[in-house]
Write a protein that binds this ligand. Sequence first.
Ligand code: AKB
Length: 321
Amino acid sequence: METDTHTEKILITGALGQIGTELTNRLVEIHGAENVIASGLDRWDKKLTSAGFYERMDVSNTQLVRQVCKDYEITTVYHLASLLSGTSERQPQFAWKLNVEPLLNFLELAKEGLIKKVFWPSSIAVFGKGIPKENVGQDVVLNPTTVYGISKMAGEKWCEYYHEKYGVDIRSIRYPGLISWKTPAGGGTTDYAVEIFYEAIEEGKYKSFISENTAMPMLYMDDAINATLQLMDAPSENLTVRSSYNLGGMSFTPKELATEIKKEIPEFEISYEPDFRQAIADSWPASIDDSVAKKDWGLTYDFGITEMTKDMIKNLKVKLG
Ligand code: AKB
């Protein structure tokens, strides 16, 4: 049964993170502040989130999470709290604990009927080595070689299991690299594509930790938020994937992005000094086939590399003064 959007009570974990801040504010516009409960480890920053309520909580605290879901009569959870690829390589045990166990807890709460619907982000990191680089399909065999990828693959399998075995309404997207100007990224391999804009504007130059010809799939935040809301609004019976949907967005290399930035900031210079994240990028696809998401729930995009670059620079110039 579909959740009536007028009676939805929404909990967002990781609400002060890169996706969380923008998604929370969009959910407030749609459902009203009184129906949106943001949560995170940090103090409530009212400048960042317009949610009506904020719970400062560690998402690994299963009892507290259950209590919060009960107290607010939560129907829908966007469970975004996660460690990204770069940081996960440095803290493997913690990455596994944070990226998998709280998800299992939410799946259990949904199985019990305490909550009705869950969104959880997976990543292009699930694919890994030995998989063709271009146009990677929805159903290829997954072979992640990073801690982050392993945790996301396991999470996807749990999602599928809880849906098939217990009918849990879990929905998920394999996000590519996300680019946004409102909140910085943190600890990811695709973060170069955000950092580059800050440094282009502030310094006129950028040293990329990813080599010049490494292509990765990327998505502008506006498109990521729209896709997430589209998937969550789709009728349950239309969804054929309960592990996680491929999302391709756009694909480009650091060199191609630098060329776009130069059109807006002609003096911009890029140099390259790949670090440990290059090996992570090398194990990921260069482009993704997202035809299943287009067919099942009408995925569309508004931003290509040129529109995204113009929008990033316009907004960041204002933000950075
Ligand atoms: C990362 O680089 O770790 C993330 C991702 C692609 O999931 N942006």
